[in-house]
Structure formats: C-alpha cells, structure tokens
Design a protein around this ligand. Sequence first.
Ligand SMILES: [Zn+2]
Length: 295
Amino acid sequence: MKRRFLLVMVLLMMVFTLSFSQGQREPQDLKVFISVDMEGVAGVVNWEEVSRNGKDYDYFREIMTKETNEAIRGALAAGATEIVVRDSHGSGRNILPELLHERAKLLRDWSGGHLSMMEGIDKTFDAVIFIGYHAKAGTPDSPLAHTMSSANITDVSINGVSLPEAGINGLIAGCFDVPVVFLSGGRAICNQAKGLFGEVETVAVKEGIGNANLNLHPAAAREKIFEGVKKALENRKKYKPYKLKAPYKLELTLKNKELVSKAASYPGAQRTGEWELTYTGNDMMDIIKAFHGMH
Ligand SMILES: [Zn+2]
C-alpha cells in the first residue's frame, strides 16, 4: 500500500514537472520567431548569389547569417528569452550553424508540411520577424521578385489582396495570433509589408533600379536591423496579428501548364480560367493548406 502511494506521488510529480516544462509560460517570457530568406539580404542582386551552386553563394550565406545574428541580438536586447530561426530559402540549408548566435535554435530543411517558411511557429510565440525578404512576383524595380516559386506562380491573392511571401507568412502567424513586428529586405517589400500589416517596423537594406540594386554596406544594414528589431520588440504591444475576414477566397494565377491541371485536382479547387484557380473556405489554415497543395 505504502509503495503504491509512493508510486502515485512520483507519477503525479512527473506529470506536474512535464506540464510546467512544456505548455506553461512565465509572464516575463518573450518568444521570438525569425523567418530568414536570402534574396533580400544586403548586396544580393542575382540568382547566382542565392543558388547553392552559384559562385558567390558561400559569401552571401555568411551575410545572411550575420543579418540573422543582428536580429537575434536586437531581440535579446529587448528581453527575448527564446528564439527560433527558420531558414526559409531554397534548400532550407543556407544559414551557417556554427556562425549563428548561440542563443537561437535553427530550423533547417523542409518537412513537406504547409507551414513551409513558418515551420516551427505556434501559439506560444510573441512576435515574428522577417529577415532577407523580397517583393512579390511582378514587382517593378525589384530584382529577384517572385512569390514562392518564380517558375510557377504569377500571383496569389486572398479576398482580393495580392500577397507577397511576407503576406502569406503573416497570415500563417495570424492563425496563431502572433503579430509580424519587423521586416528587412529590399525597399519594395518594406512598402508591400506596410501596405498589408499597417503597423510594422521595416529596414530597407537596398533599393531596386530595374534589375540593379543600390545597397547599404552589409555592416550598416546589420546596425539598422539590430536597432529596428530591438525597437519593434520593445514596442510590441502596438502590433496586431495579420488577419483577413472570413469567408476566404484564394485566387491563384499560375504560369506552368502541367501545374494548372495538377492544382485543379486539389479537392475543392475550381479552375476559373486558362491559368486561374480558386479555392474558398472559412478556415484560414485550410486556405494555406490549399495554397500549399496547389503549387
Ligand atoms: Zn528565397
């Protein structure tokens, strides 16, 4: 009898400890999620520089890592207690783990799931930060502008709002009630993000001129990213999670014939034109899944 009592007590203590180490938060906790793309880091202007086999890729992945570090330092200066970095470009294996600030955890490669560039986010996070982001497909004066897949997608919009990757990823964060507080990248995506989110701190590390870029020095970009992230997180109360009003209508314009037929076979998808498809629903995460399944 006594032994059984002891066993029950030990089990209860284990459950108690587990529930505390998992779901529970201390009031001073500040969890920050950083999604990092590569096209929008300082200096980058050409696909070769962001492709694994490109000549200058290794040089620019170091700049990408260093910009991420400034975001981490800014977050820590604002009191961040936990930081997850999601490597969101290409292979998902660009950021150099050893060079990354030791206080952050790094999520690499793709699970195949619909959270994609936001893999790893959940309701326990307080703020989202985008580093190295780029403008949506078709944006003028914005080298490397594209949305998810430059070969496949002309435009994606939800409820008539044409979205860059930052918009789609902002909506994913919104499903978990987490606001996007900061974005760095080219001038064009900074403007697009402000147009979508309203309140968001941005740092333009470069400005497009046709297919050329006028860049800040990487060190100057890093300084601005540190200050911007710190400022955004210190004022985080003023940022609201990005949401649209249900019901939702996804409109997808593709540019790959094979993909149009494949996308049309996604359950619930409607083909509405030669390149156009729609999908409607009342649950934003369902819309995100459809978008992921249709391209
Ligand atoms: Zn990218």
